[in-house]
Design a protein around this ligand. Structure first.
Ligand SMILES: [Zn+2]
Length: 433
């Protein structure tokens, strides 16, 4: 008795860079059924079974990679200014903005993102809308508003004379251990995947106390929610490692002794070099920074490059994130591949290592280790086909124009229909998060 054949998506020819760290290999056939990769190998046996409804992609001369995973990509954090919109920070506009911006991320070959902070619970709702099939977008894990105390980067009160907690701020004030716990519970209840703690902007002081970090970790982990922290400082990074956070963002000023503690705790670091790099090269919010800020960012970058080399020497996993969506200069879809270039040119990774950091190395943060980030049988079919070889030129990953095809969850993304347009946005405000 014959059963009706499943409609398949077949990729033939091309070069396979599978995200496992293996050498690139000639591809004969990748077969996808529904949302999973079912077969990789010789074409002889399988293509004979090709049915009239199968879709065949000829990738001759092209490069087949796992979809990129960006471990630091904001969606609702910053809206820019749109002519005629009086209040871009409203929950309503943030939601519309997020629905607009997410398409640009997917079209750039990014099939999964972690969102470490945003406004309202916009990103939770967006994640649900993508999961529900209402909107095309990458797989998402999301935080809510960043937990920040006085002086932290997300302190919603820039002016000490004013004491408030505006509902539309990207940070929520938590100034006692109990307030940290209460906000963590509130966000867990609302459905976040991550908690984002925010220490000081530059790391010169530690604003969040050791026991506050530990309290958040205890609370979040009981809810099976991961904890991330904006930590540029030395003591904050050490405290975060001791408390058992899941991921440290930045860690610029971590000393070798601090990194020993991080290594012993087995905690990865996502340095997010792209953010200060954009600051140095392009400024933010469509205007350049003053020379003083630029010098500071440049020095910070040099410190970070050395810190990552020190971290790698200790076997600390280095994850890749771009800080897309932080400010107007951090346009969605534009910079997701920049971190890979900095990893290769400034840190000394091989291109294969940089690709791993942007694919399989980030999968655990999505809770999808062993499911995405590698092209292998039984994995979810998140695949991007590039026209040029990223091993020969790692900057290829920054150029959506080099993309031949994006496949997410076994379906070819209709990049025309997703219809992302770059808006001329300009908002005179810059944050390095
Ligand atoms: Zn950020």
């Amino acid at each position: 008795m014959s059963t009706s054949a499943t409609q398949r998506l077949l990729i033939k020819n091309g070069t396979l860079i599978d995200g496992s760290g293996s050498d690139p290999a000639p591809n004969e056939l990748v077969s996808i059924e529904r949302n999973r990769i079912t077969y990789i190998g010789s074409r002889d046996s399988s293509l004979r079974l090709q049915g009239p409804d199968d879709t065949v992609i000829d990738a001759a001369g092209k490069f087949i990679l796992p979809g990129l995973i960006d471990a630091h990509c904001h969606i609702s954090l910053h809206q820019g200014a749109l002519p005629g919109v009086r209040y871009t920070s409203s929950a309503e506009f943030c939601t519309l903005w997020a629905a607009h911006a997410i398409g640009g991320v997917l079209c750039a070959g990014v099939t999964s993102i972690a969102v470490p902070g945003g406004k309202w619970f916009t990103d939770v709702t967006l994640r649900e809308a993508v999961e529900g099939g209402l909107i095309e977008g990458p797989r998402m894990v999301v935080a809510g508003r960043a937990l920040s105390n006085y002086g932290g980067i997300f302190d919603p009160d820039p002016y000490p004379a004013y004491d408030g907690n505006p509902a539309d701020a990207a940070g929520v004030l938590c100034n006692t251990r109990d307030e940290f716990i209460r906000e963590t519970r509130r966000q867990c209840k609302r459905g976040v995947d991550l908690i984002k703690i925010a220490d000081s902007t530059w790391g010169d002081i530690q604003t969040v106390a050791d026991d506050e970090i530990a309290a958040v970790v205890d609370e979040a982990h009981r809810h099976n929610v991961k904890v991330t922290i904006h930590s540029r400082g030395s003591t904050s990074t050490r405290a975060a490692a001791k408390a058992g956070v899941d991921l440290i963002y930045h860690a610029d000023w971590a000393s070798e002794a601090d990194l020993d503690v991080v290594a012993k705790a087995g905690i990865p670091i996502a340095p997010v070099l792209t953010s200060p790099w954009i600051g140095v090269e392009h400024g933010a919010a469509g205007r350049s920074f003053g020379e003083r800020v630029r010098d500071r960012l440049r020095a910070q970058l040099d410190t970070s490059f050395q810190m990552i080399r020190n971290a790698r020497d200790r076997g600390i996993a280095i994850m890749s994130g771009s800080d897309t969506g932080n400010a107007s200069a951090f346009s969605h879809g534009k910079w997701h591949g920049k971190e890979a270039e900095l990893f290769v040119k400034e840190v000394g990774m091989t291109p294969i290592e940089a690709i791993l950091a942007n694919t399989s190395g980030n999968a655990w943060l999505l809770g999808l280790e062993g499911e995405v980030g590698v092209i292998a049988p039984d994995r979810l079919a998140d695949i991007v086909i590039w026209n040029s070889d990223p091993l020969a030129d790692i900057t290829v990953l920054q150029r959506p124009s080099e993309i031949s095809c994006v496949i997410k969850d076994g379906r070819i993304v209709d990049r025309e229909a997703v219809g992302f347009r770059q808006l001329a946005d300009e908002l005179p405000r810059a944050r390095m998060v």
